[in-house]
Write a protein that binds this ligand. Structure first.
Ligand code: M6R
Length: 590
């Protein structure tokens, strides 16, 4: 979704903003733009719809002068994907330029009012209303103080409007947080403001994470105000332990492949949890009367898998709920409830909505996130982190693996079998490399067998949500219709679709699901379906076989196999696996 970046310092802003905008690309976008203050205290803007390289060919961003500027990647909500709807937008007097992340809900009503007051609009966006509204309120204010103006503006404007405002008269960048995150980067003689740490990680890893309703004023230093009290607040500088190298492809053709291969290392970090926090989490879960897992997309699949392992290992009934479906279950939430939110980004709007509802009902909120300082983390009473490093590819891979490892360890912890759990999980982690070493074989199989219009995946028990995650990945980046089923469901409907030659991926771990899986495979083979078996045992029934090592928690080793299958299918079909069409990395709208 939209990404914003601002720079103020001694260097030329345009090359830094350009570099940072490229780092924001992974969030998903359709337009891009930049504004700087040139030597004559004037704002210059270049922007357009399309990918940054294409817009740059026409606009040549690097010709923008000055050492103060803001940039934006737009993911269209209000107004079509057209040049005129790309950010930044300027005020009538030309003093301000603004980029925005969020949705200004009552923008139509505000726009009508501003038009009557003589403001002229050039786009269909909600964002342009914001810059004119600020101009109007600044003009009407005696003190010309944005802290005071914003305190009034937040009474008028409804919705989410985190923004950067370039003030050409005073050489200032204002950064305001209203619901979507904004982080201030503190470099040497330079300051950054961005929706995303990775966009300035190449320059600094020291950051201040703004709270809601805080305004940062960036000049040669940074001061932060709470616009509700009007007072300056103390700055808490966090050192982010991610590196710029982690946020680069490091020789891999795509971030996604790099991130799958990183699972070998980051899985160890996932299991190295701070024992105080980890035990604290076990304590909360063990005392709760009701626990609901909450997540979306891949993180929801982790919730599903966790609910199975918590049932099997810890004999606990923890219910998984989709972030977007939380409202349906809100009558079940009370003060004895724990909401366990799972999210890589920590910014998913559907999950945050659920958290907010749960809080009003007195529930306790705990979370498992990857991005430190994210909103979900900050909204939680307690949290654990994935320790997976930045995940850039839109398709979530290493985060999913980390999520399920940590959740499974928690299930063991809850049943007082932490030592046993660690042994089983480290056994899985040690064998991940064996899977990565088979990536060439998996690529060939993807090309020769799986590159069809329809694919089916079957699993039972813990393998079922893993099959669902495989289905999600194949659809998301290969754009192939895939369908994951619990093996036993086949005979109830989808067997009708099995024709000779249809490929079916069967997850057959060496556990108590194996015999039933064999029955299901027989049903598919009787209709001519082709079975691609993922198993530690080469069964005769398999038409094709992907071998995984024999371990106690075998389903977990099937995760990277399915991720690699989806990756190669995507590449074979000429797609860009890092940027699936219509999708964004951090889904901050409902
Ligand atoms: O950041 P989150 O884990 O909360 O994101 C949730 C989903 O948007 C995300 O998992 C999405 O489904 C991925 N693109 C799937 O690969």
């Amino acid at each position: 979704m939209c990404g914003i970046i601002g720079y103020i310092g001694k260097k030329r802003a345009a090359p830094i903003l350009f570099d940072s905008l490229k780092k924001l690309e992974y969030r998903g976008y359709d337009s891009v733009g930049m504004a700087t203050i040139n030597g004559e205290a004037e704002i210059e803007i270049k922007k357009g719809s399309g990918r940054i390289e294409a817009v740059n060919e026409k606009e040549d961003f690097l010709t923008l002068k000055g050492n103060i500027g803001i940039g934006h990647t737009r993911w269209a909500t209000h107004g079509a994907v057209e040049d005129r709807n790309a950010h930044p937008f300027t005020s009538c007097n030309g003093h301000y330029a603004l980029v925005h992340n969020g949705i200004l809900e009552n923008y139509l009503e505000l726009k009508e009012d501003l038009k009557k007051k003589g403001h002229v609009f050039t786009s269909d966006t909600d964002t342009e209303v914001l810059v004119h509204l600020i101009e109007e309120e600044m003009n009407n204010s005696k003190e010309k103080d944005l802290v005071k103006v914003l305190s009034k503006l937040t009474q008028i404007a409804k919705g989410a409007y985190t923004f950067l405002l370039l003030d050409a008269k005073n050489n200032i960048i204002y950064a305001f947080r209203k619901d979507s995150p904004i982080i201030i980067g503190i470099g040497e003689d330079e300051l950054f403001a961005s929706s995303d740490i990775t966009s300035f990680l190449a320059y600094t890893n020291k950051a201040i994470i703004l709270e809601n309703n805080q305004l940062a004023i960036l000049r040669d230093n940074c001061s932060i105000y709470d616009i509700q009290t009007g007072k300056e607040v103390e700055q808490e500088i966090t050192t982010i332990d991610w590196t710029a190298e982690q946020a680069s492809k490091s020789g891999f053709p795509h971030f996604m492949l790099k991130e799958i291969f990183e699972e070998v290392e980051i899985s160890k970090h996932a299991l190295e949890q701070d024992s105080l926090k980890f035990n604290g989490m076990i304590d909360v879960l063990s005392k709760a009367k009701k626990v609901f897992f909450l997540g979306s997309g891949t993180s929801y699949r982790a919730c599903l898998l966790a609910s199975i392992y918590f049932a099997q290992i810890a004999k606990k009934h923890f219910m998984p709920i989709l972030g977007s479906e939380f409202k349906t279950y809100q009558n079940l939430i009370d003060k004895d409830t724990v909401i366990f939110a799972i999210s890589q980004s920590g910014e998913t709007a559907d999950v945050l909505e659920g958290i907010n509802i749960a809080k009003t009902k007195g529930a306790r909120v705990v979370s498992l996130v990857n991005v430190i300082g994210s909103t979900i983390m900050r909204e939680s009473d307690q949290y654990l982190t994935l320790n997976a490093g930045p995940e850039i590819a839109v398709a979530s891979t290493k985060a999913f693996t980390s999520q399920v490892l940590i959740l499974t360890l928690l299930a063991y912890g809850l049943s007082d079998r932490l030592k046993e759990g660690r042994e089983h999980l480290y056994e899985v982690v040690r064998k991940l490399e064996v899977i990565m070493n088979q990536s060439d074989t998996i690529a060939i199989l993807a090309k020769d067998v799986l590159n069809k219009n329809d694919l089916y995946l079957i699993g039972r028990g813990a393998s079922y949500p893993i099959a669902m995650e495989g289905e999600l990945k194949i659809k998301e980046i290969a754009y192939i219709h895939a369908d994951a089923l619990a093996g036993g469901e086949l005979k109830h409907h989808t067997l009708a679709l099995i024709e000779p030659g249809v490929p079916c991926i069967a997850l057959v771990p060496n556990d108590d699901t194996k015999d039933d899986m064999i029955n299901n495979i027989m049903q598919i083979k009787a209709r001519g379906g082709k079975i691609i078996g993922i198993s530690s045992e080469h069964l005769e029934l398999f038409d094709y076989y992907i071998s995984i090592p024999k371990v106690h928690l075998e389903p977990l080793l099937m995760i990277p196999v399915l991720q690699l299958i989806s990756y190669y299918l995507s590449v074979i079909r000429g797609n860009d696996p890092d940027f699936p069409r219509n999708l964004a990395k951090s889904v901050t709208v409902l």
